[in-house]
Design a protein around this ligand. Structure first.
Ligand SMILES: [Zn+2]
Length: 48
């Protein structure tokens, strides 16, 4: 399992685990979020 959080500057990020599950959008507006299909973590980082 990939435990490294994926960083994004956007409020939402799409995850489909390379097509392994239906595409879902994870809301990271609060700072972080987790895909409930594959458990991938996402973190919001400030944009410049
Ligand atoms: Zn996922």
């Amino acid at each position: 399992m990939n435990k490294n959080a994926i960083k994004t500057t956007k409020d939402t990020i799409a995850c489909s685990d390379n097509g392994q599950h239906p595409q879902v959008f994870i809301n990271v507006k609060a700072g972080s979020g987790t895909c409930h299909y594959c458990g991938q973590r996402f973190e919001k980082v400030p944009s410049k």
